[in-house]
Design a binder for this molecule. Structure first.
Ligand SMILES: Nc1nc2c(ncn2[C@@H]2O[C@H](COP(=O)(O)OP(=O)(O)OP(=O)(O)O)[C@@H](O)[C@H]2O)c(=O)[nH]1
Ligand SMILES: [Mg+2]
Length: 392
């Protein structure tokens, strides 16, 4: 069975390392006050006795610098999980530790938790109230945690359980002490939540990777749009402007690489049908005749040409990104040639002319290539449905 990773976070000195030792049943993580025994890097602990790994982290407090260090260490570790060979870096459950002896500034700590683990937005959280020596105070502390989470709307759904714990015996005097408590309840709760956490970790990683691909893809589409605007601004008759196709082919190629669309025969056909539909002549003809029909366009012919050329490439880029994303996500296959043709054609039809018109309107004052390219990019970005997966 797959082993989940539990990330333990919280302020410095709340008892994260002490808790980990209690769960492992041996003194492995260094503990202590002040600089001695304080955890200064992420450390992974494993034991045959428990079916999950535990990751000890740097405490958030007490200084601002340390807080940043703590948050960044978790973020870096998380980002690495998207790299090859680091698949084990997934986080499947968060143990968020708060100190049961001090109910101060909980919301600040909660914000730190959310910031450090923002990449893992579907991953569930168990809050552990450490040093819960006082039995009467437990109810109150549990309530405080629930209240704080309820206020953080987006994250209230992540909270699965609040467990008061005494990780090691706390001695008051010769006859009074608080015995360890809550550890086996914590292990049970963890095992219970882990299956959900394993799924959530996969979902979050996939989303992270997709967002990265999307950002790269839009970058390339933007560069290609600018290139097309430059080419279009040179006054040449559009019917002959097959001159755009090298830009288009390079763009589709680069996008195929980003989304890992293969180079086999089937992929080539998929790829070619995108380029075919996007070929300048078809779209340009309809765009030009569509634009001729609008009275009162005062822009110079070369600016209009530039806008049309840029818009064609921008549309091709957005359409290709959408198509490759569907393939990448397994929702469509490269065998779905009819689908991709239809989708691209619909984007380059009447709707396209309407969008070009709005760009022409917006461009009245600019003759600058970069400015025009920016207007085009902004207009076309996300013009394709990305409803199945969230925007960047
Ligand atoms: N008796 C008792 N002491 C505890 C308990 N939990 C934490 N402590 C003490 O609190 C101090 C800090 O605990 P650590 O486990 O080192 O705290 P930490 O959260 O790992 O701190 P950083 O690594 O600095 O972030 C140590 O002296 C622990 O012995 C507990 O359940 N019982
Ligand atoms: Mg520690």
């Amino acid at each position: 069975m797959e082993r989940g990773n539990v990330l333990v976070i919280g302020n410095s000195g709340v008892g994260k390392s002490t808790l980990i030792n209690a769960v492992l049943g041996e003194e492995r993580a260094e503990t202590g006050w002040g600089t001695k025994g304080t955890t200064d890097k992420l450390t992974i602990y494993e034991s045959e006795k428990i079916p999950f790994r535990i990751i000890d982290t740097i405490g958030f407090e007490p200084s601002f610098i340390k807080e940043l260090k703590a948050i960044n260490a978790v973020k870096k570790w998380s980002k690495d999980s998207a790299k090859e060979g680091h698949e084990d870096n997934q986080i499947n459950l968060i143990w968020f530790c708060v100190d049961g002896t001090s109910s101060k500034l909980f919301s600040k700590t909660l914000k730190d938790l959310l910031s450090a683990t923002s990449m893992w937005r579907s991953v569930p959280v168990i809050v552990i109230i450490t040093k819960s020596y006082s039995v009467p105070e437990r109810e109150q502390n549990i309530e405080m945690v629930y209240n704080a989470f309820t206020k953080q709307k987006r994250y209230s759904k992540k909270l699965r359980k609040v467990i008061p714990v005494v990780a090691s015996t706390y001695v008051l005097n010769d006859n009074a002490y608080a015995a360890p408590e809550g550890i086996s309840e914590l292990v049970d709760a963890t095992n219970e939540v882990l299956p959900e956490g394993l799924r959530a970790g996969e979902i979050d990683i996939a989303e992270f990777k997709l967002n990265r691909k999307r950002a790269m893809a839009h970058g390339i589409a933007g560069v290609s749009t600018t290139a097309a605007v430059v080419v279009g601004a040179v006054p040449i008759p559009f019917a002959d402007a097959i001159i755009l196709s090298p830009i288009e082919i390079a763009l589709v190629n680069a996008l195929a690489q980003i989304y890992g669309v293969g180079k086999n025969e089937e992929s080539k056909r998929f790829f070619n049908s995108i380029v075919e539909v996007g070929t300048v002549s078809v779209a340009a003809k309809s765009a030009i005749s569509g634009l001729k029909a609008i009275p009162g366009i005062n822009l110079g012919a070369s600016v209009v040409n530039a806008i049309i050329a840029g818009s064609i490439v921008a549309t091709l880029g957005e359409g290709t990104i959408y198509a490759f994303e569907q393939v990448y996500l397994g929702k469509k296959s490269v065998a779905d040639i009819d689908w991709v043709k239809e989708m691209m054609e619909s984007k380059l039809s009447s709707q396209f002319i309407d969008i070009v018109k709005t760009i022409v309107d917006k461009s009245t004052n600019s003759t600058d290539v970069k400015a025009i390219a920016n207007i085009i990019e902004d207009t076309f970005k996300y013009s394709f449905s990305v409803s199945d997966s969230k925007k960047v």
